[in-house]
Design a protein around this ligand. Structure first.
Ligand SMILES: [Mg+2]
Length: 283
């Protein structure tokens, strides 16, 4: 079934009890708020609709992310912000990882999230015998040395017959640094590690647990907060927002305000239920 082109969210709003917004490319971009997207967010909330931001970013705590959105002029509460990093406490609890020494590839905020999750954060280069690795961000550590050390450590543990748990919070591969430049993101680092571990360990290579979009845990958190699954995912990226929603079994709206350009008659794979070329504020 082809995607349905709509000209305003009003046309389909009453079909859903809750709305999940991707942040970057939907509500904001490199220069700040996307005014028409923010207006849609504010209008929905004013009319009592439930809205959440669903973001793969894990370099900030949910409190820091909420403060940053508010500083840009978006009216949002902490409960309305679901970051991939904020899924760590639940994951640690479910997997029985509390109290484990945890190697963190990420920012100071990621260390804070690991502590909140009950893990004991450490770096990759200090010869710690950690049992958990979290790949959250690509900054604030020497990249190649760190990846070499993690590859070596995980191989050694698995060869010794001891488990090592790998967690990827932000599965994004690249991000737009500006209009015309791009950078690698945490997902690309996990790909490198996965490939290296597979070469060395074959079928014994531990898999990464992936928490952010397009994987299920971040959508499950949204469903848990909403208390139902009658949700519409609104996003600008096919491989994260739209694929994730389709796989989780909720509808998706692709908006043309971010990475994916939308023109009349275009077909998309994976296919969103709806496409909207640009935001139009309620009149
Ligand atoms: Mg986006």
């Amino acid at each position: 079934m082809a995607s349905e082109a709509i000209s305003s969210l009003d046309e389909i709003e009453n079909r859903y009890q809750g709305f999940l917004f991707d942040a970057y490319g939907v509500l904001l971009d490199g220069s700040g708020l996307i005014p028409a997207g923010a207006a849609v967010w504010h209008d929905l909330r004013k009319r009592g609709k439930s809205c959440w931001i669903l973001t793969n970013g894990s370099s900030r705590t949910p409190e820091q992310a909420t403060a940053a959105y508010r500083a840009l002029g978006l009216d949002v509460t902490l409960d309305e912000v679901i970051t991939s990093g904020s899924l760590l406490p639940r994951y640690f609890e479910e997997q029985g990882l509390r109290g484990e020494l945890t190697c963190v590839l990420g920012t100071a905020a990621t260390h804070e999230l690991v502590q909140k999750a009950g893990g004991i954060p450490c770096g990759a280069l200090d010869s710690h015998d950690y049992a958990v690795v979290i790949v959250a961000n690509q900054t604030e550590f020497p990249l190649l040395e760190t990846l070499d050390a993690v590859l070596t450590h995980v191989c050694r543990r698995v060869e010794d017959g001891r488990p090592c748990y790998l967690i990827l919070t932000n599965p994004d591969l690249i991000y737009p640094k500006s209009g015309t430049t791009y950078g690698f993101t945490a997902g690309s680092l996990a790909l490198l590690l996965e490939a290296g571990l597979k070469l060395r360990l074959g079928p014994d290579a531990p898999p990464f647990a992936k928490l952010g979009k397009p994987f299920a845990p971040i959508f499950a958190e949204a469903e848990r907060r909403a208390g139902h699954k009658n949700l519409l995912m609104i996003g600008d990226q096919l491989e994260t927002d739209i694929l994730g929603a389709n796989n989780y079994g909720i509808d998706a709206l692709l908006v043309g305000t971010g990475l994916t350009r939308i023109a009349a008659g275009m077909q998309f794979h994976p296919e969103p239920r709806y496409v909207l070329s640009a935001w139009r504020a309620r009149t």
